[in-house]
Unconditional design. Structure first.
Length: 361
């Protein structure tokens, strides 16, 4: 009898799983031809739930004729079909395997659907009004220009989003990205103002600088792996970037260390190559030194270090450590050759606990 009971339970479970409805999946456009001499429109093929399929004749590729809200969100209908680069999606599934993901600006959920099919835990959000109804609950409405308090994940994925958000809301967008990841960020940010709704194009250099201020290391290896696997939509080979959190990003709140000062563009992640060894030094005669909490300085931010440096005759560069709560100052420092290790630490320690800048006087 126990054996029969076990078989009965197994049969019930199998019937339940067979009758459970499959998760809704969007139809996504995956390829396009190039405009030829005939100036014909691009040709498309589509993908849905892991299966190639022909595209419905009533759909529009992308959202080039969509309306746009004041927050930059598109206003698509069920007739609009979002793009999906299969090579890039496969690479994302590989590099993010084993972690969780929050996707911002998910549209109809093409990348979320693909990553979920690969076994990743993904939550998707977009500013599209009524997107939950359009996507049968796959994507949830969230205004990225407002402060969000959603469940965080290992990584935030935000592709083809930032250039659409008005510049006045850029800081809030970055704050939301920062608040909702524990490990890192994969994003794309177009530097072209020619795209539909591109109201805030930015260069790669600007994005790297902004993320560095927030305490992120530019993960060039991951970035190049993702770019190399782009199979269709070639603009990702110029706009896609990857960043990892550092101990600095884990310890500070956005804006705590990074107000806008006239010298902010000189900030670099890393540590001056000279060695201070925690020594006190004279601002009149020495070339480097350390300001610690023991001499009355509680280094709660780079501003404290920079202010102290401005008052020190021989200080031209300062390295601030959020972890150690100190400021190391230098008369000379090569910002293009900052150290990979910090004096007194193991080689494996993360130098990105330190931020170095040249103080203008």
């Amino acid at each position: 009898m126990p054996r029969l009971a076990s078989l009965f339970v197994l049969l019930v479970c199998l019937l339940a799983s067979a009758s459970a409805p499959a998760e809704w999946a969007p139809v996504c456009k995956t390829t396009h031809g190039r405009y030829g001499e005939t100036k014909s429109k691009p040709s498309y093929s589509c993908w849905q739930a892991g299966t190639p399929r022909s595209c419905p004749s009533s759909t529009h590729g992308g959202c080039n004729n969509c309306g746009i809200s004041s927050t930059g969100a598109w206003k698509p209908t069920t007739a609009h079909t979002y793009f999906l680069d299969l090579g890039l999606a496969e690479a994302l599934a590989n590099v993010l395997q084993g972690t969780s993901v929050v996707e911002f600006g998910a549209g109809h959920g093409c990348y979320t659907s693909f990553l979920r099919a690969k076994g990743l835990r993904v939550s998707a959000y977009d500013g599209i009004e009524g997107v939950a109804e359009l996507t049968h609950g796959l994507v949830t409405t969230a205004d990225l220009t407002l402060r969000l308090g959603l469940p965080s994940a290992g990584w935030v994925l935000a592709m083809e989003v930032a250039e659409h958000v008005p510049r006045v809301h850029e800081k809030q967008l970055l704050a939301n990205i920062h608040r909702h990841n524990r490990e890192g960020v994969v994003l794309s940010w177009s530097n072209s103002n020619g795209g539909h709704g591109h109201v805030n194009p930015r260069s790669n250099e600007h994005v790297v600088h902004q993320l560095a201020q927030m305490g992120y290391a530019h993960d060039i290896r991951m970035q190049e792996e993702l770019r190399a696997n782009v199979s269709t939509f070639q603009w990702f080979q110029q706009t896609l970037m990857a960043f990892r959190r550092t101990p600095l990003a884990r310890r500070v709140k956005l804006g705590e260390l990074w107000p806008t000062w006239k010298w902010e563009k000189t900030w670099r992640l890393g540590y001056c190559s000279s060695v201070t060894a925690g020594k006190r030094a004279s601002c009149d005669t020495d070339t480097s030194g350390t300001w610690k909490v023991w001499d009355g300085l509680n280094a709660t931010g780079m501003h404290t270090c920079a202010t102290r440096c401005q008052a020190c005759d021989r200080c031209r560069f300062v390295s601030y450590s959020a972890r150690f709560g100190d400021c190391d100052w230098f008369t000379a420092c090569n910002l293009d050759a900052l150290s990979n290790t910090v004096p007194g630490e193991k080689a494996s320690s993360n130098v990105l606990d330190h931020v170095t800048l040249q103080v203008q006087k």
